[in-house]
Design a protein around this ligand. Structure first.
Ligand SMILES: NC(=O)c1ccc[n+]([C@@H]2O[C@H](COP(=O)([O-])OP(=O)(O)OC[C@H]3O[C@@H](n4cnc5c(N)ncnc54)[C@H](OP(=O)(O)O)[C@@H]3O)[C@@H](O)[C@H]2O)c1
Length: 286
């Protein structure tokens, strides 16, 4: 086994990771960034849940929380079987505003609680980051969020938060991750503090699917480049949330549990890092 491959059980869409608060998060989820509110989001969520996905990742800023809630209800699947994440927008950082923001998100989704509430990014500075975290702790106490975490936090932001001796430690850090952006420092810090890594933009937003090294590996396993990227994330031990609004791709992206990337091929993928950012990079923000 490659030193960069984690020993995790990857049985299917119900495979989960146990967070540092003992809650379970499905290792593979559906991301809905840039999926328009309305039928498109509702359908994507519904199809995913019908196919066996049990983890949906949205954010207030995506503007589609209402349709995420509709898709969940339409599925008829009991609420407690689905893991739902949303995120606190920068404009809502601060104690009172963060409390109000999650209450509004819950109202839009028609849900009583989210499984995971994340500070979307560290932007807005130290004072508001710390106040926002206190608000998230209150939301856990109120039962509105089962777990809380951060997104786009660099090591300095994580150190700042942990130095406050928070009542609740973040369960995850959701960051952009794929073979072209491997972020070893952030990962190593998170691992040593039991903060799980959630990989966003795991398909590099489709920008690198033609990379000949990836295409070669995909052909070898008779899988698509997207499937290899998702499997790479899973074998690294990351929680992974690829986005698609197309039914056949949502299905294809979940069909990653019947093959294993070899040590040699993991090493090839690991060697492709070029610090390529396809979304945004607040991890170095002051
Ligand atoms: N915390 C943050 O700051 C942050 C930032 C970005 C993303 N995220 C989260 O991470 C999720 C995923 O990231 P992302 O949306 O940026 O990008 P991504 O998942 O890396 O890539 C999505 C793109 O790949 C295409 N695609 C999906 N499956 C495919 C397949 N099997 N073959 C070929 N192309 C495929 C999609 O097109 P179609 O839809 O047309 O299939 C879309 O253009 C987001 O939806 C969001 O939940 C979080």
């Amino acid at each position: 086994m490659s030193t960069t491959t984690k020993r995790v059980e990857l049985k299917g869409l119900t495979s989960f990771h146990t967070l540092n608060n003992d809650h379970h998060i499905p290792r593979l989820g559906l991301g809905v960034y840039q999926v328009p509110d309305g039928k498109e989001t509702e359908d994507a969520v519904l199809w995913a849940l019908q196919m066996g996905y049990r983890h949906i990742d949205t954010a207030t800023i995506y503007g589609n929380e209402k349709s995420v809630g509709n898709g969940i209800r339409k599925s008829g699947i009991p609420r407690e079987e689905i893991f739902v994440t949303t995120k606190l927008t920068e404009d809502d950082q601060g104690y009172d505003s963060a409390i109000a923001a999650l209450n509004l998100s819950l109202k839009k989704m028609g849900l009583d609680y989210v499984d995971l509430y994340l500070i979307h990014s560290p932007l807005r500075g130290s004072g508001l980051r710390k106040e926002s975290w206190k608000a998230l702790e209150t939301l856990v106490a109120q039962g509105k969020a089962k777990s809380i975490g951060v997104s786009n936090y660099g090591v300095s932001h994580l150190k700042e938060l942990l130095a406050t001796n928070p009542k609740i430690r973040p369960v995850v850090n959701q960051i952009e991750l794929h073979p072209w952006l491997t972020r070893p420092e952030i990962i190593s810090f998170c691992e040593s503090h039991q903060i799980a890594i959630e990989a966003y933009s795991p398909l590099c937003q489709g920008l690198k699917l033609q990379d000949p090294r990836l295409v070669k590996i995909a052909k070898k396993y008779s899988k698509s480049p997207a499937q290899v990227l998702i499997r790479w994330s899973l074998q690294k031990g990351h929680i992974v949330i690829p986005k698609s609004s197309k039914k056949e791709r949502i299905e294809q992206n979940a069909d990653v549990f019947d093959f294993e990337i070899s040590v040699e091929d993991m090493d090839v993928l690991d060697s492709m890092n070029e610090n390529f950012i396809c979304e945004w990079d607040p991890t170095t923000a002051p």
